[in-house]
Structures are given as C-alpha cells and as structure tokens.
Design a binder for this molecule. Structure first.
Ligand SMILES: Cc1cc2nc3c(=O)[nH]c(=O)nc-3n(C[C@H](O)[C@H](O)[C@H](O)COP(=O)(O)O)c2cc1C
Length: 344
C-alpha cells in the first residue's frame, strides 16, 4: 500500500504557527485535568478520533478490526473508509461490518463520497449506514484526488443539492468531510445550508492524496506532473478549523501529537482525527493503536496543565499567539487575529 510505504505527507498544517502562552502559576492539579469531549450529542474519553480510512479488499478486515477494538477499549469514535467498494462488491461488506462487531458501543461513522450521493438512491445510502450501524454519515469531498488520478470523477455538479435532499430524509447526522485539502468558510456555509451537522476539515499538511497519486501514476507523465504540482494544494488544517467554526468541527490533517490536538481544540475544534499514523500501527495490532492514543492524550494533558486549563472548555478560552503564514492567511481571509487571541 503506497500510503504505508512512501512519504505521502505534505507537512505544513499551520499549527506550527500557533503557540500557547506558558503559565508559570497554573494553579491546577494535572491529575484532575478532564479531557472528556462532546460531539454531536455523544461524550468521548479523549478528543481523539480514528479517521475513516479503510475497508474493501482482503487485508483491510484485520486493519479495521484492530482500529475498532482500540476505539471500543478507549471509548472514542471511529470512521470507516469509503463504503462504495462494499456496495459494488457485496463480498466486501465484512471488511466494514467488522467495525461495529468489534466496537459495539463506539460512535461509528459511515462513509460515502459526495459523487456517490448523487448517483445512489436513498435505499443504498441507508444500506451504507446499516452496514456499520452508524451513528453518523461522513460524506467525503475529495476533488483534489479525483483531479489527479487516472480514473477520477471530476464532475462535481449537483453535489450540494444531492446532500440537501439526502439530509432531509436521513435519520443520522451528516458530517461533511474533506480528505486533505481543507474546507473554507464559504464551503462550510454551503454545506451547513445543505444540511450538514458537522465538518471534518481534512486540511492540508497531513496525508496528501496528490502525493499518493504521484506514486501510483509513475507510468503516466501527465498524472505524475499533476500530482507533484498539487501536492501542497489546499487550506492548512489550522486555518480550516477557524474557517469552519459555523458548525461543530473535527480537526484533521497532519495531527501527529498531543500538542497538535491541544492547539486544534484551542482554535475551536471539538475533536481531532488521526489517519495515517494509526493505520500503520493497526497493521501491528490494536495494542499499538491504544498505546499511541494514550500517549497523545498524555501529551494533551501536559499542554493543558502548562496553560492552567482543567477542561477542554478552558482550553478553548486560553490565549493563543498566531504568527507567520497562518496569521497572514487568516488576516487576508478577514479574520481578526487579535480577536482570535482574546475570543476565548
Ligand atoms: C490509506 C488512507 C485511506 C483513506 N481513505 C479514505 C476514505 O475512503 N474516505 C475518506 O473520507 N477519507 C479517507 N482518508 C482520509 C482520512 O480520513 C484523513 O482525512 C486523512 O488521512 C488526513 O489525516 P492524516 O494526515 O492524519 O492521515 C484516507 C486516508 C488514508 C491514509
């Protein structure tokens, strides 16, 4: 698998330009810090979510089993990868349904592309949700990837209308989800109008589908050029979190440690989702995924301790310093960065 073997991360999330102000007298006990998070009416033991990534062919059943066992033991949420594969090849259903089997009490998010929402009727989408007994449906937006891959579907017409009519009939909330190029304030407003209940920003800075495609496209010079040119395209995760706050937000894209989680929550995210690093660990087994998320939660608690924040709500009010490119981008996009620092 290209993602597991090659360097497919684009690097700059914008979080490198976000800093906390150290508090020399935090006046709280680290042992009393509460990292429980709330999102779409559910509570989670830590604001870390396992990003929707896989399902479909053979080996992915074991990977999804490891990820979902970790989610169940930790008391966190988990997404699955696009379920289009199972709709087109019913023999692949088990690689997805294993997630609900192994995580009977977890918040599980089903996954389908915006272009499939246009094609499929309601009965098929309901099957997607039932397959994992989902608590929410992620509709993924991946037009960067579609534009740089050989078989890509680059007809994005009518997606918003299709999401809107689906949202009017669906029993579970819709999470509009980018996959590495981020969501702008304008797109977030359109998605809210179309009935989305939350946004997973899938910002630039983590796994880059343009980079993945350059590895896959090595026999096609044009696709290799496109993948290279667009490998850093998109709205960095930190910026996209701020842009999307019109709805509850999952901060995703290049989240690699607890300080990234702390900064994302301080910018306004409700949860942070992690993809590629957890996928790599899932090949080794659930214990490795659990250890990683436990370590990330510990790192988050240290940031909270050193800023005197006893809860995630405190963290959202904590002063932040935003410098460099992130500050410039936010200012050019019309955000008052000083206000961002004192908003909390
Ligand atoms: C191998 C792999 C497969 C993925 N497949 C999907 C998918 O089917 N549907 C989707 O919405 N996102 C998919 N994603 C995107 C992730 O959910 C996430 O947005 C992205 O990996 C950014 O997070 P990261 O930088 O922590 O990896 C996939 C990511 C990876 C690494």
């Amino acid at each position: 698998m290209v993602c597991a073997a090659e360097d497919v991360e684009s690097g700059k999330t914008g979080l490198e330009d976000v800093r906390f102000v150290h508090n020399a007298v935090p006046e709280i006990s680290k042992s009393k810090i509460d990292v429980t998070a709330e999102f779409l009416g559910r509570r989670f033991t830590t604001p870390v979510f396992i990003a929707g990534m896989t399902g479909g062919h053979g080996k992915t059943t074991a990977v999804n089993a490891a990820l979902s066992e970790a989610a169940e033991q930790l008391g966190i949420g988990i997404g699955v990868g696009s379920q289009r594969a199972a709709i087109e090849h019913p023999e692949q259903v088990e690689s997805f349904s294993i997630v609900r089997e192994r995580a009977p009490s977890a918040f599980v998010v089903a996954n389908i592309g915006a272009t499939q929402v246009k094609e499929y009727d309601l009965e098929i989408i309901e099957r997607v949700i039932e397959m994992v007994d989902a608590d929410a449906l992620a509709i993924h937006l991946n037009f960067l990837q579609e534009a740089v891959q050989p078989e890509g579907n680059t007809n994005a017409e009518g997606c918003l209308d299709a999401i809107k009519s689906l949202s009017e009939s669906l029993q579970v909330p819709i999470i509009a989800k980018e996959t590495g190029a981020g969501i702008s304030r304008e797109a977030a407003a359109e998605l809210k109008k179309a009935g989305a209940s939350a946004i997973d920003v899938g910002g630039a800075g983590g796994t880059s589908w343009a980079r993945v495609e350059t590895y896959r496209a090595q026999t096609d010079p044009l696709l290799e050029r496109l993948g290279g040119l667009y490998s850093s395209w998109g709205i960095p995760t930190a910026i996209s979190i701020v842009e999307s706050l019109i709805l509850p937000v999952i901060g995703t894209g290049g989240i690699r440690h607890g300080l990234h989680v702390a900064k994302s929550i301080a910018l306004g995210a409700s949860l942070c989702s992690i993809g590629l690093p957890l996928l790599k660990l899932a090949f080794k087994g659930p214990k490795y995924v659990i250890n990683e998320i436990t370590a990330i939660t510990e790192e988050l608690k240290v940031a909270m301790f050193l800023t005197g924040c006893a809860t995630l709500a405190d963290l959202k009010r904590c002063p932040l310093i935003i410098t460099g490119e992130a500050k410039e981008i936010l200012q050019q996009r019309g955000f008052n960065v000083t206000e961002l620092q004192i908003r909390r």
